[in-house]
Design a protein around this ligand. Sequence first.
Ligand code: PGA
Length: 252
Amino acid sequence: MIRKPFIAGNWKMYKTGAEAREFIERFRPLVKSWDRAQVALAVSALSLPEAVKAAEGSQLLIGAQNTHWATEGAFTGEISGAMIKAAGGQVVIIGHSERRLLFGETDGWVAKKLAAALDFGLLPIVCVGETLQDRDMGRTFNVLANQLTGGLAGLSDQALRDIVLAYEPVWAIGTGVTATVEQAQEAQAFIRGRLSRQFNPEAAGAVRLVYGGSVKPDNAQALLSQPDIDGALVGGASLSPDSFAEIVNLVG
Ligand code: PGA
């Protein structure tokens, strides 16, 4: 099964529209080949239109970091998939651990957001991952299984192929501590095995599973060479055009 590598940057609450434009202008010529991997940037909703404009004429996908499940409504502070799409966004992160832990997002919400994102024609990047406490207590696989059951509830076999799943151990996010390649591969293989029971095995074999958590240019190669790691979701190292391009250029 050939799965096209997927490398996405998650800018979190960094970069204004002007900063996004400057980044993209510097980043575009640094990428050696746009065909080897699908490359995306999840930017602040406010920077989205400017980022989309700066990416025009390239294969760089621009998207958001969160979405509501409704098309519109009385949901103060939220943005919808319809709005992301109208602004030119093509991807959206769903269920990032910061949303889960700091903003109370549940697996039930993830499932609703995922369905809505697919309805609006966005490529969803669904995040799962255990906390350090979960890992220390030997609950990693239980937590992942629950997140997959709840977060992907109602998803069809066909739709599973159209999403990206990001395994992001919470203890490795923004901490500089990366999971070892063995830990990452073990968790990702577990996820793929689990998906092959939850969905049809062919769909489970086709879905792209990426790793996230302190991915940097110097550790990306080893992670990306694992059989069940099809790419990366990059936080801190995606804020510099040079380091993000370095990671993208490792693929292929
Ligand atoms: P990090 O963030 O690369 O800064 O650890 C990854 C993420 O939160 O997606």
